[in-house]
Design a binder for this molecule. Structure first.
Ligand SMILES: [Zn+2]
Length: 161
């Protein structure tokens, strides 16, 4: 098989070209995401939530104490809805900011809510076992799949602009 982007020979049943990182099932969609950027997304995900929370409560708290109280309840709700909306698009807040997207490994389609839920909840528990071995797995996997990707049948792309 030949990579449509760099014209080099690709290992059979690879989802990515090992030379240029092009995503073979849907070349225009993007390329293989750098694993360290993916870990960065993982780290900033909770920070974005916490940061926005204090920002929202702080701003409304400057107006009145009641507003801060209202925001302390409304913000988590709003954030949760935003989070679920992003999840449906194969993203989390951190992934969105860093231009990453989770797609089905064979088709490049957006996995959909059910698959993303499995990936983000059960998959992450699985990957977190044995000192996070499932996360480090992506370093050596030819498709950069962590265990939660294997479970959900997904890969992570750096999306083309
Ligand atoms: Zn290539």
């Amino acid at each position: 098989m030949i990579c449509p982007n760099c014209q080099k020979e690709i290992t059979p049943d690879s989802f990515f070209c090992q030379w240029c990182g092009t995503f073979i099932p849907k070349t225009q969609k993007g390329r293989k995401a750098n694993i360290f950027i993916r870990w960065l997304a993982l780290v900033i995900d909770p920070l974005i939530g916490i940061g926005l929370y204090f920002l929202a409560v702080g701003i409304f708290g400057a107006i009145s104490e009641d507003m801060a109280g209202v925001m302390a309840v409304l913000f988590p709700l709003g954030y949760f809805i935003w989070f679920l909306t992003l999840l449906r698009q194969g993203m989390t807040p951190g992934k969105k900011i860093l231009g990453l997207q989770v797609v089905r490994n064979k088709s490049g389609e957006i996995p959909g809510f059910g698959k993303m839920f499995v990936r983000e909840i059960f998959g992450r528990i699985l990957s977190g076992l044995f000192f996070g071995l499932g996360y480090f797995w992506a370093l050596f996997d030819k498709n950069s799949q962590a265990w939660h990707d294997k479970l959900a049948g997904t890969v992570v792309l750096k999306v083309s602009k």
